[in-house]
Design a protein around this ligand. Structure first.
Ligand code: C2E
Ligand code: MG
Ligand code: MG
Length: 523
């Protein structure tokens, strides 16, 4: 979306520039023409043998025309000026929201810093990032996302003082400059005001959308003495606000820098991890609740980090997704899982399906299908033994193109599951239309089916719906015997969770497949 908006902005600016050049040329032409005409008229007057009155009349006419031409030229000159102003406005404002853009913000911030320095005052920079905006953009489309950004922009502007600047940095990020602050508490109050202003839902194209915001705050001169540092530190504080539960605000603290550095070092490490063979796959059994046997396994990536030990996906998959590294990593996971599934079969173990988690970026990659075909061929795994787990947001964003990829996958014979079902926005009509095999009920619902009646109702309803749509349904995160009993009573097909077994290495899983008994790990 950023690219589209940027391209749109570029086009508008180019058009304004052309307009200005065009107008300028027209002014010159009008002036030249009117001067030519006046000279011609004077010459004509001189050479004609007519009366003095005739000559005066002609001169008067010529003068009148010159006056009109001058007025026209003035008007055009004004238009040139307006075009210049438009061009200037476009260069300094965001096309979508019409808020000041990064350039203008930097300019104002630099001025505000100089002023605060002279007057010995403090100022605040707030970095705002919408929570789960990508989710809404992915599932409801860019048009809705754009309108939501406009609505958010309006509320932000409505919530600040006249002297404050609300700018859009791009995407779902906004930076606010509060040039005149007394105490840190005042800034905290302003941040609270922002959270309150954004709390009511936004009604957009019949969607009632709730969007939270995470805010990071840096203060001049305490947290930085130049615009770049202040924005960077407010950004770091914003990340902290997100990590500590979203929809809140955090002031920058020096220790936060260390975390940001750590994130960068994870990214740098990820770039090397593939060639250093530091990734491993663990496999977690999925159990058929009627037969009690392992019917498939989910491949879950782990990173054997040289310094930090075994890292869980939560510690590096989001960073891999942000940096695009998930593409080569995902290809490795797919290949490894297929080779392993085939190796278990070759070892004479009962054939099982292997499920691989697929990120949005991988699913949308142009060579996704080609890569899958090649991997299946190379590993000699029959496509029916491979399942892809996709989240609702992956599927619902641009559902039309998802539909064609899904049908191509289904035609190959690969199975498809919707992961974390219930946490995103699924359109039920797409559920019917997509060639999906399985719904995986998110563990957040399963967690409390025996303690929270609402969750129990949701889980029962999802199971009934899956049955009605002739889909297989599996509950994730099953941890207790009571949960198993509930799920069996509701005729849920499969279960996965610590109750049946934690994710384990390939050798341990081979033993489980051999003995055929789901392990009873302590829980
Ligand atoms: P997911 O696909 O929903 O996987 C289920 C997660 O729940 C796994 O966490 C699993 O270890 C955990 N889990 C299983 N049973 C229980 C239980 O009974 N209780 C609790 N509390 N948790 C349970 P893990 O391995 O940390 O993976 C987290 C997420 O990371 C996965 O969620 C998946 O979205 C992502 N992920 C894992 N491996 C890959 C991968 O190879 N590629 C991609 N793109 N994402 C991956
Ligand atoms: Mg999964
Ligand atoms: Mg899941």
């Amino acid at each position: 979306m950023d690219d589209e908006v940027a391209a749109h902005g570029r086009e508008k600016r180019a058009a304004a520039r052309e307009n200005a050049v065009d107008l300028r040329e027209r002014v010159v032409v009008v002036r030249e023409r009117s001067i030519d005409k006046r000279e011609r008229d004077i010459r004509a007057a001189e050479t004609t043998q007519g009366t003095r009155d005739d000559q005066i009349g002609m001169l008067q006419q010529a003068n009148a025309q010159l006056v009109i031409a001058t007025i026209d030229a003035h008007k055009l000159a004004e238009q040139v000026q307006t075009a210049h102003a438009d061009q200037d406005h476009l260069a300094h404002h965001d096309v979508l929201t019409d808020l000041p853009n990064r350039i203008l913000l930097n300019d104002r911030l630099a001025h505000a810093i100089a002023l605060a320095h002279r007057q010995g005052k403090r100022l605040a920079v707030m970095f705002l990032d919408l929570d789960r905006f990508k989710h809404i953009n992915d599932s409801l489309g860019h048009a809705v996302g754009d309108k939501l950004l406009q609505s958010v922009a309006q509320r932000l502007v409505g919530g600040v003082r006249h002297s404050d600047t609300v700018s859009r940095q791009g995407g779902d990020e906004f930076v606010l400059l509060l040039p005149d602050i007394g105490h840190a508490e005042d800034v905290a109050l302003s941040a609270q005001k922002m959270l309150i202003a954004l709390a009511p839902s936004h009604l957009i194209d019949q969607h009632d959308l709730h969007i939270g915001v995470s805010i990071g705050i840096s203060i001049y001169p305490d947290d930085g003495r130049d615009a770049e540092t202040l924005i960077k530190h407010a950004d770091i504080a914003m990340y902290q606000a997100k990590e500590s539960g979203r929809n809140n605000y955090k002031f920058f603290e020096q220790e936060m820098n260390a975390r940001a550095v750590q994130r960068q070092s994870i990214e740098a490490g990820l770039r090397l991890a593939l060639e250093r063979r530091e990734f491993v796959l663990h496999y977690q059994p999925k159990i058929n609740l009627l037969s009690g046997t392992i019917v498939s396994v989910e491949a879950l990536i782990r990173w054997q980090h040289p310094q930090r030990g075994l890292l869980e996906p939560a510690q590096f998959v989001p960073i891999a997704e942000d940096s695009g590294l998930i593409l080569p990593i995902g290809r490795w996971v797919l290949r490894e899982a297929c080779v392993q599934a085939r190796a278990w079969q070759d070892a004479g173990l009962p054939p099982i399906t292997v499920a691989v988690n697929t990120s949005a970026l991988e699913f949308r990659a142009g060579d996704f299908l080609q890569c899958l075909r090649a991997t299946l061929e190379e590993s000699r795994l029959e496509p029916g033994y491979l399942e892809l787990e996709l989240t609702e947001s992956v599927l619902m964003r641009d559902a039309a193109s998802a539909d064609s990829v899904l049908h191509a996958l289904a035609a190959l014979g690969i199975k498809l599951a919707i992961d974390d079902f219930g946490t995103g926005y699924s359109s039920l009509s797409y559920l019917r239309q997509f060639p999906i095999n399985t719904l995986k009920i998110d563990q957040s619902f399963v967690n409390q089916i025996t303690s929270n009646p609402d969750d129990a109702t949701i889980v029962s309803a999802v199971i009934s719906m899956a049955k009605a749509l002739r889909l297989c349904v599996i509950a994730e995160g099953v941890e207790t015997a009571e949960q198993v009993a509930f799920l069996m009573a509701q005729h849920c097909d499969e279960g996965q969770g610590y109750f049946f077994g934690r994710p384990v290495g390939a050798e341990v899983l081979a033993i489980l497949l051999q003995t055929g008994v789901p392990p009873a790990f302590p829980h």
